[in-house]
Design a binder for this molecule. Structure first.
Ligand code: PEP
Ligand code: MN
Length: 356
């Protein structure tokens, strides 16, 4: 049995080592910060003095936590030899190097990226409560848990239907709550954020907004899951860096959505870059889904594109459904009616079942 006096001696020595460690870790953090201004200003402790005064009051556990925190902050780095010259190479927060395991995004108790497959479906735009209700009712019966719908619509022409705005969001949220579904909807700018937040479960960043860096930063400061769509002409590298903007501000709940890119091909609305899916899964730890509607823009290709997405590793698909597509106020040609939805879901389920 260890005596009280030797116990005290041990405690003193541990305290001493902790102080030295904290001192060294702080010094290391200062140097790394000099090399990289993006490292966060660490709990506001800007000088060694204020830091030392602060840590003296720490309990053992808190000291251990503080050391870990500092090491994480300044461990976000690697040095690479470039022709014999050591250069600094940043480890991106989206990378597998930073986090080997998959990010699982939880939305109202439902996980995206945990090995299950998610369907995010609904009309292109919210047009009325009746329209959203009909779609949600149908989708719920099919087991779909994420209800999408645009209230703020990014339209190419300013003369086209711009969406119902906040009123549309309220309709979407009301119907989704009634049906026990989660709301996925696009918010277009920071000014819309605070009013929209109570009605949204997953914030969609539209393709046209992927390069809106101040907006991405603002989203990074919220704690809502973000569904980030690939820019119309964004490379995979640019797409990953857009995600980095959100992650860097502290929001770890980012879902990537491949939605087709602009190419010379005119047979489809966009070109579904299907190989982006496994590349993103290899190079990031974030869940990747595919928007089969906006990528193909063709109802005859939706099921094939969804099956290809499943086969290649996507964790979910997004698709548009409308009770009467030909009368839709946006994307009339590409939305599925209810019969088409039945066939689509049957095709997907048969395919999934046949894989087991
Ligand atoms: C949408 O999903 O409603 C949409 C406008 O898609 P994208 O931003 O991919 O064009
Ligand atoms: Mn649409």
């Amino acid at each position: 049995m260890i005596s009280l006096s030797s116990m005290m001696g041990l405690k003193d020595r541990i305290d001493e080592i902790d102080k030295e460690l904290l001192h060294l870790v702080y010094k290391r953090w200062e140097l790394v910060r000099e090399a990289d201004q993006n490292i966060s200003p660490n709990m506001g402790y800007t000088s060694m003095d204020s830091w030392t005064r602060f840590v003296n009051d720490f309990s053992d556990t808190d000291r251990a936590k503080a050391i870990k925190h500092f090491m994480t902050e300044c461990g976000n780095f690697k040095w690479e030899s470039n022709n014999g010259v050591e250069t600094q190479q940043r480890t991106m927060l989206y990378s597998r190097e930073y986090q080997p395991e998959n990010t699982v995004v939880k939305v109202n108790g439902i996980s995206i990226g945990d090995g299950s497959f998610s369907f995010i479906m609904g009309p292109c735009a919210v047009e009325s409560e009746e329209q959203v209700y009909q779609v949600a009712d149908k989708l719920k019966k099919k087991g779909v848990r994420f209800l999408r719908g645009g209230a703020y619509k990014p339209r190419t022409s300013p003369y086209d239907f711009q969406g119902l705005g906040l009123e549309g969001l309220k309709i979407l949220a009301k119907v989704a709550r009634r049906k026990g579904m989660s709301v996925v909807t696009e918010i277009m700018c920071e000014e819309q954020l605070s009013a929209a937040l109570p009605f949204v479960d997953v914030i969609q960043v539209g393709s046209r907004n992927m390069h809106n860096f101040p907006f991405l930063k603002a989203l990074g400061r919220t704690d809502k899951p973000i569904l980030l769509k690939r820019g119309l002409s964004a490379t995979i590298e640019e797409f990953k860096l857009a995600a980095e903007y959100i992650l860097l501000e502290g929001n770890a709940n980012v879902i990537l959505c491949e939605r087709g890119i602009r190419t010379f091909e005119t047979a489809t609305r966009n070109t579904l870059d299907i190989s982006a899916v496994p590349i993103l899964l290899q190079e990031t730890h974030l869940p990747v889904i595919v928007d089969v509607t906006h990528s193909t823009g063709r109802k005859d290709l939706l099921a094939a594109a969804a099956k290809a997405s499943i086969a290649i590793g996507a964790v979910g698909v997004m698709a548009e459904v409308h009770p009467n597509p030909s009368a839709a106020l946006s994307d009339a040609k590409q939305q599925m009616n209810f019969n088409e939805l039945d066939l689509f879901m049957k095709d997907i389920h048969d395919y999934m079942y046949s894989k087991v």
